[in-house]
Design a protein around this ligand. Structure first.
Ligand code: ZN
Length: 322
C-alpha cells in the first residue's frame, strides 16, 4: 500500500458565543490541528481580524491543499444575503460575513448556523447516518438545532431555521436571552442544569452540591454533571428534572416531524443517560401513539470536536470545494 501524501483537507471553524475553534480536517474527518481562542468582548472588525489570523495559521499548518473553509456560527443566517441576521452573543449582526471572509481568505467559504452544521455532520457521517427524517438538538448554553426531513436538510425560507431553543413552552415563563418569554432553552439547556443544581443545593443542604456552593464554587451545568456521575443524589435530581423538560420539547418535535431519530449533542450531553433516559421516558409516554415509540433519542457521535467537524463537513459539501 502506498502511503498517502499531502491529503486534501478543509478548515472547520466553530464560532460560539464564548469561544472560537478552528481545525484542519482531512477527508475522513480526522482533526489534524486545532486552534482555540475566546470570542467575547470584541467588535466586528477585531473579531474578523482574529478569525482571519486563526484560519491563515490553520491553512499554513495544513498538510495538503485546503479545499475550502466552513464556518458554523452561533447566530441566525440569512442565506440569500450571506449576512448574519441575529446573534445574541456575537458582534456580527448585519455583517456580510460570507463575502468578507471569502475576500479575506481567498479560498471557497461556506457559512451556516452551528445547529445546521452539526445536523449535517451527524446525518452524513454520524449518529443519524442513513436517516430520512431526523432532528438535532445541540444542548449547551442554549439549545440549537437542525432538521432533516424527507432526506433533506431543512433551513426554512431565508435560512434561519431551526431554532428549537426558542420554541415557546411557557407563555408565563422566564425571559430568554433572545428577549422572548418562556423559551425551551431556559428550561432544558446545559445552563438549565446549572440553575436546577443551584436550587437542589439549597433544598439538599447535605449534598455535595451544597458543600461546593458553601465553599464558593460556582454551580454550573458541568459541575452538576460531574457530581451526578459521582452519584450525588441532589445532582442526579437536578439533571433528571432538566431531562424531563428536554423530553417535553421532544414530544412536540416527535409529534410534528415524526423523525426516526432525535440526536442530542452539545456540552450537556456529557450527562449521558442521566439526561437522556428521563427525556426518553417522557417521549414514549406523552408523544402521540406511534410517534413516540418510532423515535429514538440518541447521543451525537461527534463529541468535543463537533463544532469544528460540522463546519468542515459543510465545506466538504460545497460544490466549489468538490
Ligand atoms: Zn429565546
Amino acid at each position: 500500500m502506498v502511503a498517502a501524501v499531502a491529503a486534501n483537507c478543509v478548515i472547520g471553524v466553530d464560532i460560539g458565543g464564548t469561544k472560537m475553534a478552528v481545525g484542519v480536517v482531512d477527508e475522513s474527518l480526522g482533526v489534524l490541528h486545532r486552534i482555540q481562542q475566546a470570542s467575547d468582548g470584541e467588535d466586528a472588525t477585531e473579531l474578523l481580524d482574529r478569525l482571519t489570523a486563526m484560519v491563515d495559521e490553520a491553512i499554513e499548518a495544513a498538510p495538503g491543499e485546503v479545499l475550502g473553509v466552513g464556518f458554523g456560527v452561533a447566530g441566525i443566517l440569512d442565506a440569500k444575503t450571506g449576512m448574519i441576521a441575529a446573534s445574541p452573543h456575537l458582534p456580527l449582526v448585519g455583517v456580510p460575513f460570507e463575502a468578507l471572509m471569502g475576500e479575506r481568505l481567498g479560498v471557497p467559504v461556506a457559512v451556516d448556523n452551528d445547529g445546521n452544521t452539526s445536523m449535517l455532520a451527524e446525518w452524513l457521517h454520524g449518529a443519524a447516518k442513513g436517516a430520512s427524517d431526523a432532528v438535532m438538538l445541540t444542548v449547551g448554553t442554549g439549545i440549537g438545532g437542525g432538521i432533516v426531513a424527507n432526506g433533506e436538510l431543512v433551513r426554512g425560507s431565508s435560512g434561519g431555521g431551526a431554532e428549537f431553543g426558542h420554541m415557546v413552552v411557557d407563555q408565563d415563563g422566564e425571559r430568554c436571552s433572545c428577549g422572548g418569554v418562556g423559551h425551551y432553552e431556559w428550561y432544558a439547556s446545559g445552563d438549565a442544569i446549572g440553575r436546577a443544581g443551584q436550587l437542589a443545593a439549597v433544598e439538599h443542604p447535605d449534598s455535595a452540591l451544597a458543600e461546593a456552593a458553601a465553599a464558593g464554587r460556582e454551580i454550573t451545568g458541568s459541575l452538576v454533571t460531574e457530581f451526578g456521575h459521582d452519584g450525588d443524589a441532589a445532582s442526579v435530581e437536578a439533571i433528571v428534572k432538566v431531562g424531563q423538560r428536554l423530553g417535553q420539547g421532544m414530544v412536540s418535535i416527535a409529534n410534528i416531524f415524526n423523525p426516526q431519530l432525535i440526536v442530542v449533542g452539545g456540552g450537556a450531553i456529557a450527562a449521558g443517560d442521566l439526561l437522556l433516559d428521563p427525556a426518553r421516558e417522557i417521549v414514549e409516554r406523552e408523544a402521540l401513539a406511534s410517534l413516540g415509540t418510532n423515535v429514538s433519542v440518541v447521543p451525537a457521535q461527534f463529541g468535543a470536536d463537533a463544532g469544528v467537524i460540522g463546519a468542515a463537513v459543510l465545506a466538504l459539501e460545497q460544490p466549489a470545494a468538490a
